[in-house]
Design a protein around this ligand. Structure first.
Ligand SMILES: *Cc1c(COP(=O)(O)O)cnc(C)c1O
Length: 387
């Protein structure tokens, strides 16, 4: 079956160039980079190269990049490092719309003597900055604010926030997993202390991530073991995937332009085409600055899960809310935080495109989805009641 993959915020296809660069490290150069012999030790040079490539994408220095196993590990590491390095501070500031990788570590910390402030958003997904700034105290160990939301694509002004947070001497972290490779990031000119990214959201494989730790930031390792990553993250390096992340970072620099032109045009066409053909459809976060590839559309009075199943018959892949919330019937916490009415949150579908999509695929979705919504609405008791 032909797959129309419009779920790139969940994961992306590994780029051919990334795979090609990785394979030699699985087939031939399998030595341990920590070994004394040349066969193993030579691989360390390639890791150093990948670190440079990853740093370059962020305009950071290679020493500021730590390789991890995923975006989730980077997020957990950042929170734990800030907490451990500031032992008398017991307060965390974050938002109500974070990815579970931040949301759940904060909730977990709240069970262990920490108190957490969740900054609200309005119906457009705009963050309440006054609320954020008012809640920064002498007790705050870290403020962790995502750069771009995975469900709606809404972008937060993290550079501006970081500056305010640093004025108060508080550590600032951002989960930039969705922002990296889609919007320009220049860390040399920001007050951001730590930043998380993940390989599989930028056409590298799953199971590789990175954490940027600004020079001079107090740090405490999350994985304690060998001396790898200068003692900041124990465990033998995932060499092939590190090479893959470096290559993907290199590719991202060029892809960014395309994300903001061709990919954005496809997203805009998709949105326009669907809104023209389907009544009672609203773009969640549509009034805010958004990622160029993402659209979250609420089709009122229908079930998102039912839409997904019917699109699946045509090979169309998308998400209802975030991948992590589908499977449960609770509307996503992001849409709830935005105050999206129940009848709209339940019928929300997120489409997220990438450079591998084509306008033909976009038109295919525009052709197939309207009759699906019509059919489901005919069966919906809510729809009838409201007509
Ligand atoms: C995907 C994602 C993560 C988690 O990254 P993994 O590599 O899958 O652990 C964290 N934050 C955001 C915003 C994401 O989209």
């Amino acid at each position: 079956m032909n797959v129309v993959y419009a779920d790139n915020n969940a994961t992306t296809q590994v780029a051919k160039k990334v795979l090609d660069e990785m394979l030699p490290y699985l087939e031939t150069y399998y030595g341990n980079p920590s070994s004394m012999h040349t066969f193993g030790g030579q691989v360390a040079k390639n890791i150093a190269m990948a670190r440079e490539q990853t740093a370059a994408l962020l305009n950071a220095s290679p020493e500021e990049i730590l390789f991890t196993s995923c975006g989730t590990e980077s997020d957990s590491t950042a929170i734990q490092a800030a907490i451990k390095s500031n032992p008398d501070r017991k307060h965390i500031v974050t938002t109500r719309v974070e990815h579970p990788a931040i949301k759940n570590i904060c909730e977990h910390s709240a069970k262990n003597e920490f108190h957490v402030t969740y900054v609200p958003v309005d119906e457009n997904g705009t963050l309440d900055l006054d609320y954020l700034y008012k809640n920064l105290t002498d007790d705050t160990a870290i403020a962790s604010i995502m750069w771009a939301n995975n469900e709606t694509g809404v972008i937060f002004p993290v550079e501006e926030i970081a500056a305010k947070v640093k004025e108060k001497g508080i550590v600032f972290h951002t989960d930039a997993v969705q922002a990296v490779g889609k919007i320009p990031i220049d860390l040399k000119n920001t007050e951001i202390d730590m930043l998380s990214l993940s390989g599989h959201k930028i056409h590298a494989p799953k199971g590789i991530g990175a954490l940027y730790v600004k020079k001079g930031t107090k740090f405490s390792p999350f994985l304690i073991g060998g001396h790898q990553e200068k003692g900041r993250r124990g465990g033998t390096e995932n060499v092939a995937s590190i090479i893959g992340l470096g290559t993907a970072s290199e590719l991202s620099k060029n892809l960014m332009e395309e994300e903001n032109t061709r990919v954005k045009e496809m997203r805009d066409s998709l949105e326009k085409g669907l809104l023209e053909r389907i009544d009672n459809a609203i773009v969640n976060g549509g009034k805010e600055k958004r990622l160029p590839n993402t659209t979250s559309i609420a089709f009122e009075y229908v079930e998102g899960e039912a839409i997904l199943l019917m699109m699946d018959e045509f090979g169309i892949c998308a998400s209802s809310g975030s991948a992590c919330t589908s499977g449960s019937l609770e509307p996503s916490h992001v849409l709830r935080a935005m105050g999206v009415p129940f009848t709209a949150a339940h019928g929300t579908i997120r489409f997220s495109l990438s450079t591998y999509n084509t306008m033909e695929e976009v038109n295919f979705i525009i052709e197939k989805l309207p009759p699906i919504i019509e059919k489901l609405r005919k069966m919906s008791p809510f729809w009838k009641k409201n007509q």
